[in-house]
Design a binder for this molecule. Sequence first.
Ligand SMILES: C[S@@+](CC[C@H](N)C(=O)[O-])C[C@H]1O[C@@H](n2cnc3c(N)ncnc32)[C@H](O)[C@@H]1O
Length: 268
Amino acid sequence: MSTIDSAEEPGYTNSYLGDQHAGQLMRLRTLERAFDPLSRTVFGLLPLPDKPAILDLGAGAGSFAGWLSKRYPDATVIATDIDTRFLTDIPGIRVLTHNAATDDFPAASFDVVHVRALLCHLSEREDILNKATTWVRPGGWLVIEDVSLRPSLRAANPLFRKVALAGFTLLEQSIGSDMLWADVLPDRLRERGLSFIGHRTLEGRIGDDSPADAFWASTTAQAGPTLLKLGLLTQDDLDAMARLRASSTFTEAALTFISAWGQVPERG
Ligand SMILES: C[S@@+](CC[C@H](N)C(=O)[O-])C[C@H]1O[C@@H](n2cnc3c(N)ncnc32)[C@H](O)[C@@H]1O
């Protein structure tokens, strides 16, 4: 098995998940289809002012930022990403190139800061969460959403478990992702002094033709060449996994979409 070349900086943008890959927009769309329903439900629970200032950090292909601008027509919706190539032509949003790890915003800039499927991939995740808390106005909300792969590591099917473990290892080694970080998201918000903390989860399955299944399949397809190159899986493993996923008798829990939110306390 080869290891990651130490000259190759680990990180999302230069990894097999970076936006330069041909299948990336399609992959991000599968993520959006799987995650948007939960995110919309959560925003429906938040009491927001009439003209909220909303930040969507690491907005990706922008479906959720676009939805926010329609749902809150008087809002200012700022969508940031380190690579904004998929954020063009979305009405009602302002797009900013912004590196969440190194760039900042002034304190108390937003009524809501939303961060989805980003922090699990960034090694600076704890610091970014600290910074993002300061960007929220007192009385405003921080909404952190991420994916946990814990269900797939416990899968009953040994082939699926093997493929899942290989994907988990690849994410950790080549990007620095922590795909179990989201398991205790409400505690992470509580530790930062937020109040009225809530959370919801959505089970994502593989083998059932669901949006989560499509997201899992497109991500695994994009990871395929790197999994083979590093010797984490063989072509036989990948072929057998494709047959298993297509079989009418197979379905298993693969991942959990986790949403957690909390209010930044009012001063005094
Ligand atoms: C998995 S996608 C999630 C996109 C979007 N939040 C969603 O849930 O649909 C992760 C996004 O984070 C962006 N990203 C990666 N590193 C970043 C960084 N340091 N600062 C800001 N965005 C970053 C990527 O370019 C990509 O668009």
